[in-house]
Design a protein around this ligand. Structure first.
Ligand SMILES: Nc1nc2c(ncn2[C@@H]2O[C@H](COP(=O)(O)OP(=O)(O)OP(=O)(O)O)[C@@H](O)[C@H]2O)c(=O)[nH]1
Length: 876
């Protein structure tokens, strides 16, 4: 058999050197100090036993006979009971997480010294009374990921000691009252249950420091209040005491779908209660937002433009807990794969990745342009394909799970397995175990937008759905009257004569304006800010506290924000650039020649200099009659201060500041793992790269010099696919680390310490991956560096992927034998160095043996965590 590239022989010398090192390490144990250490270690071992991941079904007798045992770790086994555990009466810590318990192991009541008990990730439904009354020293209790809907009353007996309690991911519908007796509780996790209400008493004491309740259909206090933390919840309850809570029924409704589907037409017709055809010339640019009342529900309509260029901004605005109206032009729809993907599949796929628990109502338009039978056929076809698509996704996930479970060393894949299990439950259809775990696609409604009866029918159907509490448990929010008063005051300020129509206002000025309102005069600023945060979370205003340049700006009209985005993220930007008037050029100290240069650089490199951006923005604002906001959003001085626009675009990774248009600043300080790194703020004009506008060029492959068979080579696979815009955002993130880089539409070359790393995007159905390649080091010492670089980029990919909760990414190394289809799956990268410790890996398919360095990062402790902090450092 022919040997593959990079076989064991390639690492001959390196392997021998390592063996030497291991021997040297062994000798050290024999010195006297080492012997004392060993004795101490042995003693500790008698008190602490770790039997995690052993596939145990019963407790080993040897363990039960050791009555001095203080800590027993049985994490990730197959235990259903632990008969005999009561003998271990000195036990202080008992870990039984990720086993197969259905019944609570009551023998635990004898372990009166217990301080830490972990029973998370089991199947426990009921905890009997009479266990916790014996555990008065218990400080730390994990019961998350079970099937619990109540806690025993005697948990109160741990009131003097319990500091940490986790009951997240269970089935609690009402708040477990015994928790209120836990006077010393500091950290409480109750996420992902079915709670509607939290008791005021929980927040009355001062002990609680950390509280998490996301993923509950909370009405009182609403999720958007809880997201503000304990102090905001306390403020909320103290306001509720002053006046009766009012019910607010509000639904964020997002209109999505391909270009010219009829989104704006439906949106406007629903608002006006009659057919309101939108002329083609009035296409939506960016997003339009409007508010509208149906019965006692307030609908906040978000109408998204269908052109792909704008999709880059969609991820900012597509948020969970909304009704999504997916508009499909039935006249354009053909019963084939291609149109399904373009008009329907693309949108559902993106929603299932970004907001896996969304409710989607497909609406077919242009019925008047179709035959009656055609409408029925197309409706059936769309629904059947959606069902098949979701089924395929589910079976893919099941397949990934099976693969991990069947792997030789499942313990290396626990994190990936858990994440997949979580996603699998999200893609099931309604009425699942957890209220939030559905991606519900409702039946398609076919309408003729020219007929007002169809509009009325659609309105009735929408109302019926939003009244369904199973579908929309969070529509109702209980609010203290002051919340509504602040909202009303803001609307008044926004509409006042004094207010410029861009609706941007300085935070301090807004707060003082609010204090002038008669009901709000006595409110303190902290409470007012809390309410502004709430209004930001429900999408009524925008206040990005987390962006430094925008922390003191409140956007009272969120649409203006989109106006800002669309100045630079839009259709036909080149034509806009070409049409900048001579007056504007002169105003920016530029010439017609400069303009030609800008157009050339933009077309070839997707870059604009600061001066070009200023001229472009000025040109567009003038043509829209909004000249007044130019300085506000671009900053006052042409070459300094970058203004609000760039802060926004950079925050959402839509553009990247670069220092040189040629070789992209080859002198820049680079990021080298392990060494301090800072961005260079060199002189000269800034250029901005807009990756959305990149074209395919040969430049990257020229600098890379073509793939070599012996390259180190890995792939990050994406399921169901690489989200639109993902690669461009990765590019912005990665290039801001590695300031020497070359980029093109689907490829990017990063350089670190003079070594190149290539990233290539391949997005095909059922075969979507990012390929990462670096040259095989010529010396053994070079492997560490090469893998550090690769791992750092993988971690940036994983970090970015977290923004798509329904996305699964897994990293594999293809077998190095040419033609062998096998791949080596990467273990979880949890920062503990869970990489390979073996020297040799054998391919299960072709049987070739390879030096492990050629396939996976070696398990040098600390390296992955170092890379992790680097990847996350930029997040700041
Ligand atoms: N005959 C007929 N025309 C419709 C119907 N619905 C929409 N239209 C027309 O289709 C065209 C596109 O409608 P829009 O509402 O602008 O579509 P959109 O989805 O908002 O399009 P973008 O703004 O490009 O994203 C307009 O000219 C509408 O008048 C329908 O049911 N029947």
């Amino acid at each position: 058999m022919e040997r593959g590239w990079g076989s064991l022989a390639e690492l001959g010398e390196a392997g021998a050197a390592q063996e030497e090192e291991t021997k040297g390490g062994g000798e050290r144990l024999e010195d006297p100090a080492g012997a004392t250490l060993q004795g101490q270690e042995q003693e500790d071992r008698l008190r602490e036993v770790n039997l995690s991941t052993q596939r145990l079904r019963v407790l080993p007798l040897a363990v039960l006979s050791n009555s001095t045992l203080e800590s027993l770790d049985l994490d990730r086994n197959k235990l259903r009971r632990i008969t005999g555990i009561s003998k271990l009466c000195n036990l202080k810590s008992l870990i039984l997480s990720k086993n197969e318990f259905v019944d609570f192991p009551s023998e635990i009541q004898s372990l009166v010294c217990l301080e830490r008990l972990e029973l998370n990730q089991n199947q426990i439904r009921i905890i009997p009374e009479g266990v916790f009354s014996h555990l008065s020293r218990l400080k730390h209790l994990r019961l998350n990921n079970n099937r619990l809907c109540a806690l025993p009353r005697d948990l109160a007996a741990c009131g003097g000691s319990l500091q940490y309690l986790n009951i997240s991911n269970n089935l609690f519908r009402t708040f477990p009252q015994p928790v209120l007796q836990l006077a010393r509780l500091q950290e409480f996790h109750v996420q992902n249950n079915a709670l509607r209400q939290l008791p005021r008493e929980l927040f009355q004491g001062q002990s609680l420091k950390m509280f998490k309740a996301g993923g509950n259909p909370l009405r009182e206090p609403p999720t958007e209040v809880c997201a503000g933390g304990i102090q905001q919840i306390r403020n909320y309850f103290s306001q509720l005491q002053h006046g009766l809570g009012q019910e607010d029924k509000r639904v964020k409704t997002m209109f999505l779908g391909a270009s010219l589907a009829g989104k704006s037409t439906i949106c406007r017709s629903l608002k006006q209660g009659q057919s309101k055809l939108v002329p083609k010339e009035e296409r939506t640019v960016g997003i339009e937002i409007s508010e509208f009342q149906m019965e006692d529900f307030t609908f906040l309509f978000w109408d998204f433009a269908g052109q792909l260029e704008y999709y880059m901004t969609h991820h900012v605005f597509i948020t969970p807990q909304a009704l999504v109206i997916l508009v499909i032009n039935l006249h354009m729809y053909q019963t084939n794969d291609k149109t399904f993907k373009e008009l329907v599949g693309f949108w559902i796929n993106n929603l299932s990745m970004r907001v896996p628990n969304s409710v989607v109502l497909p609406v077919g338009t242009h019925v008047d342009c179709c035959q009656e039978q055609e409408v029925a056929e197309k409706t059936r076809d769309i629904m059947a394909r959606i069902t098949a698509m979701l089924a395929e996704r589910k079976s893919n996930l099941a397949h990934f799970i099976d693969n991990l479970e069947g792997s030789e060393e499942p313990k290396f894949y626990v994190d990936q397995w858990e994440r997949l299990k979580e996603m699998e439950s999200c893609t099931l259809t309604a009425k699942n175990l957890f209220w939030m775990c559905f991606c519900q696609i409702l039946n398609l409604v076919a309408v003729n937008c020219t007929d007002h009866r169809d509009i009325r029918k659609l309105k009735t159907i929408i109302l019926k759905h939003v009244k369904n509490e199973e579908l929309f448990p969070e529509v109702v929010r209980v609010l203290p009257p002051v919340y509504r008063q602040v909202e009303a005051a803001i609307v008044e300020i926004a509409q006042s004569e004094e207010m410029a129509d861009h609706g941007m206002m300085d935070l301090q000025y807004l707060l003082s304006k609010l204090s002038q309102h008669k009901h709000l005069a006595s409110l303190d600023r902290e409470l007012l800010q809390d309410i502004l945060r709430y209004l930001h979370r429900i999408g009524l205003i925008v206040w990005y506290e987390e962006i430094k340049h925008l922390e003191s700006t409140v956007f009272l009209q969120p649409t203006f924000l989109i106006t800002m985005f669309k100045l630079l993220v839009r259709h036909h930007l080149v034509q806009q650039l070409e049409s900048i008037s001579v007056e504007t050029l002169i105003g920016e100290h530029a010439t017609i020649r400069d303009r030609a240069n800008w157009v050339w650089t933009f077309k070839s490199k997707a870059m604009l200099c600061h001066q070009a951006v200023r001229a472009l923005v000025k040109h567009q604002l003038c043509s829209e009659g909004r000249w007044d906001v130019f300085e506000e959003i671009m900053g006052h001085r042409p070459h300094r201060g970058r203004g609000k626009l760039f802060s926004l675009l950079e925050h959402f990774e839509l553009c990247l500041e670069v220092k040189h248009t040629e070789a992209l600043n080859p002198q820049a300080r680079e990021f080298v793992p392990g060494k301090p790194w800072e961005t260079t703020r060199s002189q000269g004009e800034s250029w901005y790269l807009f990756p959305t506008y990149l074209n395919q060029t040969e430049e990257v492959s020229e600098f890379w010099g073509g793939d070599h068979a012996e390259d180190l080579h890995i792939r990050a696979y994406f399921s169901p696919e690489i989200p639109e815009g993902f690669f461009q955002r990765l590019l912005v993130k990665a290039c801001s680390f590695y300031s020497t880089h070359w980029v093109a539409k689907v490829t990017c070359l990063l350089v670190c310490n003079g070594k190149p790393l290539l990233i290539k995007e391949n997005n095909q159905r059922a075969y979507s991956y990012l390929e990462l390649r670096s040259r095989k080091p010529s010396e053994r010492t070079g492997f560490q560096f090469a893998w550090d670089f690769l791992v750092a980029v993988v971690l940036i990919i994983q970090k970015l992927a977290e923004e798509w909760p329904g996305l699964h990414v897994c990293v594999k190394t293809p077998c190095r034998t040419s033609g062998c289809p096998a791949e080596f799956l990467w273990p979880d990268m949890d920062g503990t160095g869970a990489t390979t410790k073996e020297d040799v890996k054998t391919c299960g398919t072709c049987g070739h043996r390879f030096g492990a360095e050629l396939l996976l990062p070696k398990g040098e402790p600390g390296v992955p965590s170092l890379c992790r902090s680097c990847a996350q450092g930029k997040e700041g």
